[in-house]
Write a protein that binds this ligand. Sequence first.
Ligand code: NAD
Ligand code: MG
Length: 395
Amino acid sequence: MNERRGVTLLGATGTIGRNTLDVLERHSERYRVVALSAHSAVDRLFEQCCAFKPEFAAVVDHAAANRLRDQLKAVGSPTEVLAGEAALEDIAALPQVDTVMAAIVGAAGLRPALAAARAGKRILLANKETLVMSGHLFMETVKAHGATLLPIDSEHNAIFQALPRDFDGRLDAVGVRRILLTASGGPFRRTPLPELAQITPEQACAHPNWVMGKKISVDSATMMNKGLEVIEAHWLFNASAERIQVVIHPQSIIHSLVEYVDGSVIAQLGNPDMRTPIGYALGYPDRLETGVSPLDLFKVARIDFEEPDLARFPCLALAFQALQAGGTAPAVLNAANEVAVAAFLEGRLAYTDIPVLIESVLADISVQAASSLDDVVEADRRARECARRFQGHRA
Ligand code: NAD
Ligand code: MG
């Protein structure tokens, strides 16, 4: 008899979380939602608990957790509410859970993702910040505990699909020359450079092809998202920076490509809908129906490519720089970016000051070895402190 796989969904109320529930709902004969989490958006979490009846709901904010507990009690729900950050690690490691979707945004996703790795789970990784901050540590933990890592980021999922099934981390052994990471170029690909300083959060969050959370939307506009993804690809596929080429492809139909030594280039195509990579990773190695509409190539009609302009997208260059520097540099980059993006979204930092802030933090903080979680957490803390000081000067 086939048992249903138990699933924990970290970041259930976010864009990835909701898309994941959409796919899970279509396959309730294969999956059982064991736990859901949210930071504080408990109204949405309440609805999800009513619909999916998980054993646990974890809420970081204590007051919000109490509210959810009362709401669920009032309707006689069997779901137990857990509160606080540590609860995220607990639900990532439950024995009845086989699969953990790591879809919290930002550095907050690191500890729960590590907990899932230590528990040997099948990890569906959307939280790219985990690999950016602690790539070496995370990959080692996955290996040491026999966890399985499946990328959710559409580009990395595409690369995973275009690599041979038996890929074991040695690109040369399977004849791979380069990885081509596609990027839409975001909403400001053609905006005259002098106008960038006036960009508002609303403009930056209006992505031409994807509907996403605010932080990743701003990251897509600055192309820091692609920079973080270069670092993510480095760790996932054991690829040096020189072997990763970023290609702007405004239609977002080709999700990434793998170039082989014989001249073959294998791409994965599809409509820009995160349910495709989510479904692929959930079902792997099986293919699942996801509700994604079929790709109509006649409607797409053409696909374009261009080289990224680093003067327009300095964040991309900074990410390559941090990857080359190694150690704690990517964690510093990530933390400085989180502070900068939050300040921009709150109207306290100009769009064009995002890379200025990150560059100054990278210059200020010396690179250390990132061998332990403590090293990474300390680098993250120092970078945030430094970024806030910078902001103080600018304000
Ligand atoms: P989102 O903002 O829509 O949702 C974030 C989720 O994380 C919410 O459930 C929120 O409650 C939770 N959360 C936020 N802060 C938290 C904290 N401090 N502690 C615990 N939980 C917290 O974000 P999203 O767009 O769904 O992105 C989630 C992750 O997936 C990000 O790392 C992003 O880079 C990655 N990703 C997203 C997309 C996309 O299309 N949205 C694509 C590729 C990768
Ligand atoms: Mg992506």
